[in-house]
Unconditional design. Structure first.
Length: 80
C-alpha cells in the first residue's frame, strides 16, 4: 500500500502541462536528459525520489532497511 500511495503522490510531480511527445519533438532538456523515453514519468520519479533523499526531516523511508527501499523503488517506478 505504501508503494501505491507514493506512486500516486509522485506520478505528476512538477508536471508542466505538456505531453511526452511535445518534449521529444522539441528535443528540450527533459527529452535529452531522459533519452526520449518516458520523459515525464522519469522526470516525476526523479523529482519525487530526490525530494525524499534531500530532505532528511521528511524522508519517511529513512528508517527502512535498504533492501525494502529497493523493492519499494522498483514498485513505484513500475507504477508511475
Amino acid at each position: 500500500i505504501l508503494g501505491l500511495t507514493l506512486a500516486g503522490v509522485i506520478h505528476d510531480a512538477g508536471h508542466d502541462g505538456r505531453t511526452n511527445s511535445f518534449h521529444v519533438n522539441l528535443q528540450d532538456n527533459l527529452a535529452l536528459t531522459y533519452n526520449d523515453k518516458n520523459v515525464l514519468e522519469s522526470f516525476h520519479l526523479s523529482q519525487g525520489f530526490k525530494l525524499l533523499a534531500n530532505q532528511q526531516n521528511t524522508n519517511f523511508l529513512q528508517g527502512l532497511p535498504i533492501e525494502q527501499i529497493k523493492v519499494l523503488r522498483r514498485e513505484v517506478i513500475s507504477m508511475v
